[in-house]
Design a protein around this ligand. Structure first.
Ligand code: SAH
Ligand code: SF4
Ligand code: F3S
Length: 476
């Protein structure tokens, strides 16, 4: 069974390679017309999974002959969209208006849309009706066919739309253009089967599919050879990795294999669902020299009643017990979370429960979101939607506690020397570099840009709320 899947995957890869060559011809012709190399811009909305998909798009565009730029007045612009909350969609529409005016000035400009938002029928209808200047639309399931779709776009004289409901296909080894040479995300699974009642992701990303461990390990080995020192394993619920493989394997087992890869110095992962977090995983994290001291453990709500309506499948007490166990086993770990305020039926007393969890767990950071009604999800049909002013009141109350706790937690490292991976130069202040600690906290410190990509010891001199100002620690 697996060999057949693999075979079709291989065949598809060869087909797509052929399409890249054909796309190259079109880009070459355009370059002659323009008298310069055509540019392209990939703009990402949404999560790390989308960011990784964008690197795949960029890899193909670069192979086809485009020069990558971050400037949206490029010859080819693609928006990789997100639909997890309505404000993500609104941002896309706003930016599309701007692209339209650019295209009026440069009629040869091509505009493409892809990603999660495109998996919604209503969105496609709206774009076809009101944004006719878009040249290509595709979704999350056929992204591996991007080269083929590019060719179709060059050959068509009207909008090309190609959306699939779902797929079980995973195509390996297509080109990727990484944003950073020294760190990279890597998909270990796609889709989600959890159907939290507020969430649209399972509808736009399809059913859960894990990649074969050998494909993952080989890709990481290749990255390490190319200079990557930090990998982030990506999935909507990494704790359920491997359950549907022909030879089932746990996420903790996969981590053990990744740990063995020479050259990889740091391992991160995103996201962990509390209901599936095993004791085995805690042990692997505890014993590991490479897994970072950071766990993102989305809470969503601290009220058992609301958690039940959200279909999260854990109670407040179970979550607290889990957090306590993790803290006991790995005391230096930073725990971060996601919280939603304003889920249907939520009352101020439920927000109090959430605040109670925040105080008890002591998060290093919490992303707080106002509930957004997503068409087609069970929560959207619930009658007891919360009035805006009540949501706002709860949100502000929660935010204050989250910020106070995070400030306290982050400041605990003041005066220590910690290793930081230097990620770049600070955009705001000249002469400062930006590094990331194992526990995900940011530190800015004076230093030479040649240190970018290296892991260096930094003295954490002063905590400024959510980040540090430090200095390089000279090894004795
Ligand atoms: N798979 C991840 C989350 C992906 S979405 C997980 O389960 O942890 C990222 C975050 O967006 C979620 O954790 C949730 O807090 C938030 N979110 C998802 N749907 C939302 C909605 N309808 N309204 C507001 N926030 C939402
Ligand atoms: Fe959405 Fe829940 Fe799946 Fe996360 S686990 S992507 S919140 S349905
Ligand atoms: Fe958004 Fe899709 Fe990620 S909806 S959060 S980009 S999986």
């Amino acid at each position: 069974m697996r060999t057949t899947e693999k075979y079709t995957g291989e065949q598809e890869k060869i087909r797509q390679e052929g399409c890249i060559e054909r796309a190259e011809e079109y880009v070459k012709a355009l370059s002659i017309r323009l008298g310069r190399r055509p540019t392209c811009c990939v703009t990402t909305f949404g999560c790390q999974m989308n960011a990784r998909d964008s690197e795949k798009l960029a890899g193909i565009l670069e192979r086809a002959g485009y020069e990558l730029t971050e400037d949206e007045s490029a010859d080819f612009v693609i928006f990789n969209t997100c639909t997890v909350r309505d404000n993500a969609n609104q941002r896309v529409y706003g930016r599309l208006g701007h692209l339209n005016s650019l295209k009026k000035k440069n009629p040869h400009m091509k505009i493409a849309l892809c990603g999660c938002m495109m998996q919604e029928k209503a969105v496609i209808e709206k774009i076809q009706k009101s944004y006719g200047f878009v040249d290509l639309i595709f979704g999350t399931h056929n992204i591996y066919k991007f080269a083929e779709l590019l060719v179709r776009m060059f050959e068509a004289d009207r909008m090309v739309v190609d959306i699939w409901e779902d797929t079980d296909q995973i195509v390996e080894n297509l080109p990727v253009e990484r944003k950073y040479p020294f760190k990279s995300g890597i998909n270990i699974m796609f889709g989600c089967n959890n159907f939290c009642s507020y969430c649209i992701v399972p509808y736009v990303r399809g059913r859960e599919r894990s990649r074969n461990p050998e494909d993952i390990i080989n890709e990481i080995k290749k990255m390490a050879e190319e200079g990557v020192v930090e990998v982030m394993l990506l999935g909507q619920n990494v704790n359920s990795y491997g359950k549907n493989l022909a030879a089932p394997m746990s996420f903790a087992q996969l981590l053990r294999e990744v740990e063995k890869i020479d050259g990889i110095k740091r391992i991160r992962f995103m996201t962990s669902h509390p209901k599936d977090l095993s004791d085995e995983l805690i042990q692997v994290m505890k014993e590991s020299k490479k897994i970072c001291r950071h766990l993102h453990l989305p809470l969503q709500s601290g009220s058992t009643r609301i958690l039940k309506a959200m279909n999260r499948r854990y109670t407040k007490e179970q979550y607290l017990a889990l957090a306590e166990k993790i803290r006991k086993e790995i005391p230096d770990i930073a725990i971060t979370t996601d919280i939603i305020v304003g889920f249907p039926g939520e009352e101020p007393a439920d927000v109090d429960e959430t605040i109670d969890v925040v105080k008890k767990v002591q998060y290093d950071n919490a992303f707080t979101f106002i509930y957004s009604k997503r068409t087609g999800t069970p929560a959207a049909a619930m009658e007891n939607q919360v009035p805006e002013e009540v949501v706002k009141e709860g949100f502000d109350r929660l935010l204050k506690v989250v910020q106070d706790t995070a400030r306290q937690r982050v400041s605990l490292l003041e005066g220590q020397v910690q290793e930081a991976l230097v990620e770049g130069v600070n955009q705001q202040e000249r002469g400062l570099l930006t590094g990331r600690l194992s526990n995900n906290t940011i530190v800015h410190f004076p230093g030479d840009a040649r240190l970018i990509g290296q892991i260096v010891p930094v003295y954490l001199e002063q905590c400024h709320g959510f980040y540090y100002i430090g200095k390089l620690h000279e090894r004795p």
